[in-house]
Design a protein around this ligand. Sequence first.
Ligand SMILES: Cc1cc2nc3c(=O)[nH]c(=O)nc-3n(C[C@H](O)[C@H](O)[C@H](O)COP(=O)(O)OP(=O)(O)OC[C@H]3O[C@@H](n4cnc5c(N)ncnc54)[C@H](O)[C@@H]3O)c2cc1C
Length: 495
Amino acid sequence: MYSENKVVIIGSGLGALSTALRLHVAGYRDISIIEKYHQAGGRLNEWKKDGYTFDMGPSFFSMSYEFKELFESCGIENPIEIQKLDPLYTVNFEGENRIFSISSDFEKLKAEFEDLEPNFLEKLEKYLKSAGEIFHDTEKIVVKSNFDSKLDYILALATVPLKHTPALVRTMWTDLEKQFSSYEVKVILSLVSFFLGAAPFNTPAVYKLLSYTELKHDGYWNVKGGMYDIVRKLVAELEKRGVKFYFNTEIVAVTNNNNQKAIFIDNTGKEWPADIYVVNSDAAAFRGKVLGRKAYTEEKLDKMEWTLAPFTVYLGIKGKIPNLSHHSYFLGKNFLEYSNYIFSSSETPRKPYYYVNVSSKSNPNCAPEGCENLFILCPVPDLRIKNNWDDAEELSNIIIDDLGKRVNFDIASNIEVKRIMTPVDWQNNFNLYKGSGLGLAHGLNQVGGFRPRNKDEEFSNVYYVGASTIPGTGLPMVIISSKLVVERINNDVRL
Ligand SMILES: Cc1cc2nc3c(=O)[nH]c(=O)nc-3n(C[C@H](O)[C@H](O)[C@H](O)COP(=O)(O)OP(=O)(O)OC[C@H]3O[C@@H](n4cnc5c(N)ncnc54)[C@H](O)[C@@H]3O)c2cc1C
């Protein structure tokens, strides 16, 4: 059965592309995607220069089965070739030659840590057992459900076994301190909090479920041909199905057709009438900026909790860097102090903590022969806290010098291509609120029934998909978000 309804999707991030595919399969034939940037993908984007190709944001993902589910439920063969990361990543602490290699092979993991943490494997198994129980006890009830009201959500939460209550009230770091003594083990196991865009000192312990997804469940994956291949393949599939894309077009205003239905207007004043809109722009910021909702004024948005902002550097490097692996974290020895100070200060970090991805290690086409492409991500405060980025070049030089020393390679003299993206660029390119990289944070007061809903409060024809609505941020989560919003639309609109 086909629908006469016209669908307009605002934004072309992964949430939007997967929603478009699901809606087409559901019978919608008139679908348009309007995007502010010059190409599709949102944060999952790509930048190319002088023979180098960079994934601009995500470099790997968990829960690969959500991608499979997307394609299987749409009746198409999965066009994306994924590869499992092994090791998952490496970690180096400042001032140490040692490089920890983190693998989901527990015998290898034991060898890495047994001199630092007595009975490491027993402790890890215990930690992951409770993490796995939280994951399986909440996945369907909390993550994969639509809620009609806060009460609906609270009633669903009440069915989660009570034994998980301590993990709701303590932080991830406190939980780790209870079970491990080694600084290195605690820091490494807490790195998953950064996938939620937060430090472990203010992340609820329930999110240790991410350690379970990392080490036990499905591991981490990336894409052969680069992460942007996900977008390329989805766009090709959608274009084949007649979905229309409009780039360099931003929705900036709304008008009402007096029937509780919205009509959105772009930056040139053009109206984009539709029977159904799906907003992939940030679900909180859009309600404030475009819909002018009182619950989402700038003052109120500023009081909400937002994830850390990305400071990213893209480097094309002449030469191969043997001591640098595919995914690496370079950290210091003062995590609590660093996190308390840097994430709430406008100063340039002198000894930054950062992550480096070198996709040319497994995708040689991403760099000219004999060269490497480096993506550096340093989490920094958002623009509410640090709004002046005149020190961008200085921070990038600090990182480049530090990295060069740690991997024993003269990176600075071999740079062929360089680009820096500060939180200001992330904000301006993709409308990320105050440059916050992963959208609204995931404290217990901002998830499930407390997160901006995927159906608008006033307009009956407006829905939301993506990182700041349910269930949350990250590539698998926004794919789930697309499933939830399409379920919602299918419930409301009978074909
Ligand atoms: C630096 C960085 C690294 C990351 N690394 C990882 C990782 O390794 N693994 C992982 O799983 N996740 C990672 N993430 C998170 C992941 O990228 C996001 O959760 C996910 O891509 C969000 O997708 P989305 O569909 O919500 O929207 P977005 O990707 O934000 O797309 C929304 C789109 O809407 C457009 N838009 C906004 N407002 C308007 C408007 N008014 N009119 C028209 N268009 C508009 C934007 O330009 C954008 O293209 C990372 C994010 C960042 C920033």
